[in-house]
Design a protein around this ligand. Structure first.
Ligand SMILES: Nc1ncnc2c1ncn2[C@@H]1O[C@H](COP(=O)(O)OP(=O)(O)OP(=O)(O)O)[C@@H](O)[C@H]1O
Ligand SMILES: [Mg+2]
Length: 259
């Protein structure tokens, strides 16, 4: 992408970003001094939107979610939640301000029961447990039925429900999901996409990173293709899925697997 088109992209981005529940502008971030993984990534999510992020391995997708959630140091740029600057705030503060995060790996406590995992999700406000447990088990009835079972004994798909449920316990304004379908069988992957859409339809704004790019673009309102730490393409899920360049560069084999 040329500098001109990057500038145009950024200006377009700023127009659409007004009123966003979460937005990140020109993020430069990384794990080690002098080694930037994000090189000017932009993103926004409007209230009620389901936003997808796709891109090749190592593009910085997980790093972007971690930067939004205060787990990776942001060197330049800003993250705003409902207009308030939250750049580099601690993850536990961000949870209380309304961001939920489900990491890519190790996202449940295996030795705890389902119920205890969900309790951990609202340890900052334990009085809300009953109300939120009701919300989560309406979305995932199986978690209610098996509430006394240890998370370590569950299938991968069920563990993913526990992880999403835990993040929903604080009634987040926006939920960040890092590859919720990873490592699951095709049937369970499909279930996770349906569940993600159901969470979104229940009123939660969602930003999801996905390897299963075509499926992700099918369900999201808008999507971003991240490459080498910056936005390569963005648009509605449908426009991206139909874009010959996006298909050629990013949907090739992954897209075929998803069909
Ligand atoms: N904890 C870390 N410390 C140092 N470098 C890291 C760390 N985590 C990731 N990286 C590096 O950051 C780059 C981007 O990684 P990231 O995990 O964000 O990519 P990704 O797009 O999520 O990839 P994948 O599709 O494989 O999950 C990679 O080069 C990776 O080696
Ligand atoms: Mg990742």
């Amino acid at each position: 992408m040329t500098n001109d088109s990057q500038t145009a992209e950024r200006e377009g981005h700023l127009v659409g970003a007004e009123g966003a529940v979460l937005r990140a502008d020109n993020l430069i971030a990384g794990y080690l001094p002098g080694v930037n993984i994000l090189n000017g990534a932009d993103l926004y999510c409007q209230p009620g939107e389901l936003v997808g992020i796709i891109g090749p391995n190592g593009a910085g997708k997980s790093t972007l979610l971690k930067a939004l959630f205060g787990l990776v140091k942001v060197h330049e740029g800003s993250v705003k939640l409902k207009g308030d600057d939250i750049t580099n705030q601690r993850a536990d503060q961000l949870v209380s301000k309304g961001i939920g995060f489900v990491p890519q790996n190790n996202n449940v406590f295996p030795s705890l029961t389902i119920e205890e995992n969900l309790e951990m999700g609202c340890y900052q406000e334990p009085k809300r447990f009953n109300e939120r447990f009701g919300f989560v088990t309406d979305l995932f009835p199986r978690l209610g039925e098996r509430r006394k079972q240890r998370a370590g004994q569950l299938s991968g798909g069920e563990r993913q429900m526990v992880a999403m449920g835990r993040a929903l316990m604080m009634d987040p304004s926006v939920l960040l999901l890092d590859e919720p379908s990873a490592g699951l069988s095709p049937v369970l992957q499909d279930e996770v996409f349906v569940q993600t859409r159901n969470i979104n339809r229940a009123g939660v704004s969602v930003i999801m990173v996905e390897q299963n790019a075509r499926r992700c673009l099918q369900i999201c309102d808008r999507g971003y293709v991240l490459d080498q730490g910056r936005n390569a393409y963005s648009g509605t899920g449908k426009d991206l899925a139909d874009d010959p360049k996006v298909i050629e560069l990013y949907l090739g084999t992954l897209g075929q697997q998803a069909d």
